[in-house]
Write a protein that binds this ligand. Structure first.
Ligand code: FE2
Ligand code: FE2
Length: 348
């Protein structure tokens, strides 16, 4: 067997070429505004649902970190059950139904948000007379990149006959390296199975922030969720106004729940309207504007900063991964008469 290689190019040249082509390839996938109308819905007979991909490796715009999909479940339909190693946020656009997470049934209606934890068995049901539609945002691409994206199908097996979530071992007593590892992993996992699963839109209210919007957490560690880093916040832009400009090292996505507007990203204007997904890539200066002088615009910002961005910050330090203007250019919102919190929510 031959054990030596002879090449005419150096290690330096090979790596340089490989690195350049990787970035070129991934730049070609970038797209700032993903229109709802361009998302093709496909029948998904394995799950008895329909699915379309805004962005992610299951569609035509591969991603490294987050993915975004639309799911539709027909009237009087119950999906099959499955689970996976990644977690996901689920936001209901229209219709009403339920999602069962490790046997716990959660009823939902428009603008409710759920968290589907890693390794939790889940299935969806629609008891209504018309299809129900929801969005999901997950970290599936990130786990695939790390080689740990696992998917398990349960078909129609009752959940009590399926294996429970994998568990960390009971932490060992002592201070030797393996004991310290078991203690650390156990404490990271603690509370995962009893964590919060739903934010009902009826039960939350927004607060006006310094950044120039009325905002509320939908899914975040700070309100009792146990995510791998995913977070979702709803920002409501006041009529005719905007949020302050900034840029950061991790990408952030904004799903337009209602309203019309535009985002200025590295000095280029991108128009958006209800149903669009705005993909703000990393290190682009961005600012979001409400184009209507009468209505507010509601956007759901999704990112994975707690896991990936914090890791990147540490890895690339002393490069900074967040920048805003020395004085925030946010508008004065003190005189704004905000509409009722529930205004504009579709009927279930
Ligand atoms: Fe799933
Ligand atoms: Fe941002």
């Amino acid at each position: 067997m031959k054990t030596t290689t002879q090449t005419q190019v150096t290690h330096y040249e090979v790596q340089k070429k490989r690195r350049a082509s990787l970035i070129e390839e991934w730049r070609s996938y970038r797209k700032t505004i993903l229109h709802r109308a361009d998302v093709v819905m496909h029948d998904d007979p394995a799950r008895r649902m329909r699915r379309g991909v805004f962005a992610g490796r299951d569609g035509d715009r591969p991603t490294m970190n987050l993915d975004a999909s639309i799911h539709e479940i027909g009237a009087h339909t119950t999906s099959t059950i499955h689970r996976h190693s990644w977690d996901a946020i689920m936001f209901v656009e229209s219709g009403s139904g339920w999602t069962e997470i490790d046997g716990q049934r959660i009823e939902w209606r428009p603008w409710d948000t759920l968290h589907l934890p890693a390794w939790a068995w889940h299935r969806h049901g629609n008891v209504g007379e018309r299809p129900a539609v929801f969005h999901t945002w997950s970290v599936q691409p990130m786990l695939e990149q790390f080689g740990v994206a696992l998917l398990e199908e349960g078909g129609d097996t009752p959940v009590d006959q399926l294996p429970p979530r994998p568990k960390q071992p009971t932490p060992l007593v002592g201070s030797h390296p393996y004991a310290r590892r078991t203690q650390r992993l156990a404490s990271q996992w603690e509370g995962a199975e009893s964590a919060r699963l739903v934010t009902r839109f009826d039960d939350v209210r927004g607060l006006v922030t310094k950044r120039g919007a009325r905002s509320l957490f939908l899914v975040d560690k700070s309100i009792g969720y146990h995510t791998a880093g995913l977070s979702a916040v709803m920002h409501e832009l006041a009529p005719g106004l905007y949020q302050s400009r900034h840029r950061h090292g991790g990408e952030a996505w904004l799903y337009v729940v209602s309203g019309t507007g535009y985002s200025v990203i590295d000095e280029v204007r991108h128009d958006w309207s209800e149903g669009d997904l705005i993909a703000v890539d990393h290190w682009e200066w961005h600012q979001h504007f409400n184009a209507s002088n009468e209505r507010t615009a509601r956007l759901i910002r999704v990112h994975n900063f707690d896991a990936l961005y914090d890791m990147m910050r540490v890895l690339v330090d002393p490069l900074s991964l967040f920048e805003e203007l020395p004085v925030l250019d946010a508008p004065d919102l003190s005189g704004i008469a905000w509409p009722d919190h529930l205004a504009g929510r579709p009927e279930a």
